[in-house]
Design a protein around this ligand. Structure first.
Ligand code: ADP
Length: 334
């Protein structure tokens, strides 16, 4: 597994849970989302009604699950967690909806991957707090209406563009999560270091933050790798040099690009002369799924000004050639 990939497995789940901020006031960064959300929650608490449904969109590891948990905590409501891929049939969703309690928060991660029949059931539940359970088949089939307790749906997606409009329109509020800046990541790192009992000097934190791809999940992961390195190869002190040496070892470069990022950029430059090239062609060239390239690598490359998405395909910027130490063809930017 790539050190900077977005997915989480095994023990990391436990560590992530331990590092999650529990309340909105503890949540670092995303000032706009925090302010918007605190108004939505405050209003709901005053009216003593569940708040509007909330959609959170943005790349993996930016805190969407954490915020869903915080929403429930701030409302003092129970939380039910599921994900789009787990909702293959309408019945999967009906089983959850029919057992929700008043005011419960239902979190659906990767909501863009829900099956269509479940999605259609969700529209009705979001709007009218009701579902129609279809029993029987063919002409004898009947729909039995079933009431659902008033609940708040929190959906998370890495690809808001894939959500059908009727679903998107039923959310009262969409939180667009942005990459974190280095100062925010340093704050995340100091907080995590405190919780993990790691001594983290300011310079070490700065070095790790600069290579964390704007992503708290990656910052926390790099912190653990750097700690190991400092303990095994040095006297445990995380200096800037130690942090840099550790991260070089794990192939995270000074700008935070990992192996996948560099593979995508490298293919774009070496195989396609800087583009434009279509997403799927580019994905084949690096041996990855188009979705991985699009969701994991590209948003960060775009934000770093290394890659641009144009109507004709993906294009490398002048900075990309510089970053990989290559010389663009003479007509590249003419
Ligand atoms: P997502 O659901 O967007 O993939 P998560 O909510 O699972 O991301 O966050 C991944 C990890 O990053 C969490 O375990 C948490 O420790 C950390 N994290 C995310 N956002 C923040 C934040 N704003 N402040 C502190 N830690 C954060």
């Amino acid at each position: 597994r790539e050190l900077v990939s977005a997915d989480v497995q095994g023990d990391e789940r436990l560590i992530e849970a331990a590092l999650r901020p529990k309340r909105l006031a503890e949540f670092i960064g995303q000032p706009r989302v925090r302010e918007q959300l605190s108004l939505v929650l405050e209003g709901a608490l005053r009216r003593n009604r569940p708040p509007d449904h909330v959609l959170m969109s943005g790349p993996p590891g930016l805190g969407k699950t954490t915020l869903a948990m915080i929403i429930a905590a701030e409302l003092g409501a129970p939380l039910r967690v599921t994900s789009g891929p787990a909702l293959e049939r309408a019945g999967d969703l009906a089983a959850i909806l029919s057992t929700l309690t008043d005011g419960e928060v239902l979190f659906i991660d990767e909501i863009h991957r829900m099956a269509r029949p479940a999605e259609e059931m969700l529209y009705l539940a979001m709007e009218d707090f009701r579902v129609d359970i279809v029993v029987g088949k063919g002409p004898g089939a009947t729909a039995i209406p079933l009431e659902v307790a008033p609940f708040t749906l929190v959906g998370a997606t890495t690809r808001a563009g894939l959500l059908p409009a009727p679903l998107r329109d039923r959310f009262g509020f969409t939180a667009h999560m942005e990459f974190y800046d280095e100062a925010e990541l340093e704050t995340v790192l100091h907080r995590s270091a405190r919780l993990l009992g790691v001594d983290l000097p300011v310079e070490g934190a700065a070095e790790i933050a600069g290579r964390s791809r704007g992503t708290p999940r990656i910052a926390n992961r790099l912190l653990r790798r750097v700690r190991d390195f400092a303990e095994v190869r040095a006297d445990g002190l995380i200096t800037r040099e130690i942090a840099a040496a550790a991260l070089n070892l794990y192939e995270v470069d000074a700008e935070g690009l990992d192996r996948l990022d560099r593979a995508v950029l490298g293919a774009l430059l070496r195989k396609f002369g800087g583009g434009p090239v279509g997403l799927s062609t580019l994905a084949v060239a690096v041996g990855e799924e188009p979705e991985t390239v699009e969701v994991v690598a590209e948003p960060f490359l775009v934000r770093q000004g290394l890659l641009a998405r144009t109507p004709r395909g993906r294009v490398a910027t002048a900075a990309a050639w510089v970053h990989l130490g290559l010389v663009p063809p003479p007509d590249a930017f003419g």
